[in-house]
Design a protein around this ligand. Sequence first.
Ligand SMILES: [Mn+2]
Length: 663
Amino acid sequence: MGMNTYQVPPELYAVNRAKLVDRLKKSQVKSAVVYLEGGQSATRYDSDHEPVFRQESYFHYCFGVRDPDCAGLIHVDTGKSVLFVPKLPKEYATIMGRIPPLQEIQSRYGVDLVLYNCDVDREEYFANFVESVESLPIAIGTEGDAERTPIPPPSSSPPPTPPTTPTSTATPTETPSPTKTKDRLGSPNTKTKTRTKTTTVGGTKKRTQTKPKTRAKTGQKLKSKPKPKPTIVVEPNEEIEIVSVTSGDGYSEELKVNGTNDTNDNSSKDTNESNEETNSHDANKPTILLMKGKNSDSNKIYNPPTTFPSSLVPHVDTTTLFPIFAECRVVKSHHELSLLRHVTELTSLAHVHTMRQTNPNTYEYQAEATFRYVAYYHFGARLAGYTSICACGPSAAVLHYGHAGAPNDGLIREGSLCLHDMGAEYFGYGSDVTCTFPAGGVFDARQREVYEGVLNAQRVVIGMMKPGVAWTDCHKAAEGEVLKKLIELGLVVLTNGKSVEDLVEMRLGAVFMPHGLGHLIGVDTHDVGGYLEGRTPERSELPGLKSLRTARILEKDMTITVEPGCYFIKHLMDEALRYDSPLKEYLNEEIMKQYHGFGGVRLEDVVAVTEDGCDNYTICPRTIEEVEHVKAGGKWPPVKDAAQELKRSRLCEASPLTGSEEF
Ligand SMILES: [Mn+2]
């Protein structure tokens, strides 16, 4: 992009695709294609305001495509990839700028072929895949004229049979398609006109599409133009429902077309009958792998395309891809590590600048604005990985402060602590860093103690992280350090012969640190793969531990945040002090009361697991001396690392990020 920005090589995505293909092959997946749809363009409610588009994360991981309404395909056997993009009419150049030719898109993203969505009849395209992998129309894409259809039907494959019935009273009438419809790849496409015919079949209307003039794509020209072939288009009021069925390999699923107008809808019945006739499952034919699965952070389901042609049901598999793909994203490639380091370093420097600018009698949102400004103005990071948390005083005990209802609008007061949890996103990869510091620049005695307890947790965890270590054990170690400090301060009492470890097992630490120690990070801030059924340790049901976004065993090249905290959250403290609470006798109610309104402390670093330890990508001031030094206007990054146990390996290195600018 511009100054201080980082060139992301297209190989990053090629390597990601190759890794996915490799993992699929290792899972004995053969003769299959991965089909993914990218994020769709959206507007603000019913208006025409288009928020800045951010690509869907799995699609981004494979293709790195900036624009919405694309789809992609990866052939498992060959590793070749195809990108399907919307075809924008020439007039769009006026509002969207120059429309790049296919060749340019192909070279930008390093895929093997680029095709226009609207030129590809997906049903036919995939049917051809299924018929003959060898004759797949995968080749280097070239720019063509508007009339060109890039996919010639292989001469060996028979044209699909139009699903007509003897009662058909086919009376084709040409009508332009609705302006806003789904194109033939199932992506919303408001920018391409297609011609459709409406045919009355068995009393209900069916739309069939007529293929435009066809020319050979892969080198040789077709000798004669193929006849137009009608294919099924799912009506907008039809729903395709995916119903799990157990088949021989336990993976196949079934797509059903359900007419929503009428339970006796003939069109859907016809479609299903047609499928039975023409598409019985054949284990020797390639499989189309679609994503379907639950995100363990949001509990939301990633659903496969709802408009997928029902005739291809026997070849669709929606159970294999998701867990393998999610697993793929857990351990990072060297390209990804490099990018994550970059975005974390720029995030750190934006934090440092913000920390300096955040003083008593300013507003919390000014800190958010400063961070966003530095990350974007100096480093080209247009988006943030998540909503900024810029809390001051008691608000720091609200874990996700900064949301629309509490929009960082508090006045920063002298003597209070500020908790800044903010992360930039760069080329789809995010960072997530938290700093806590005194607004006035100097910690008071109580703040110093609590801060030191959290920093000790940070030190201990970073000291123990290496491949083979359980993340749950890291979480417990962090709790132990925080509890030790709370014992020193008198809030927690060791009695009945209990040890700190005993209190940890009783889950006392969750009263003061109710969130998990940290989470995987990558394309998503809470990156996928934390819990994968049957593949990773299960989520605990115990307080604190149940909030862990993963309970995995650390592996080399995982990137994970380390974010211990200590908060004084009134309702959690009150609950622990209830007469029937087993934790009550280990707490000093009088001293706890003195911490009402204190807020909290959180320190969060982005850390990569290495072969024999870890590498902390975050280069923020962490020790009390460092924080006070920065607040007093001292130089940062420092010349000498005063806290090597934090493993900030590049803290003192001259970096292009810090070389020319003073933050
Ligand atoms: Mn985090």
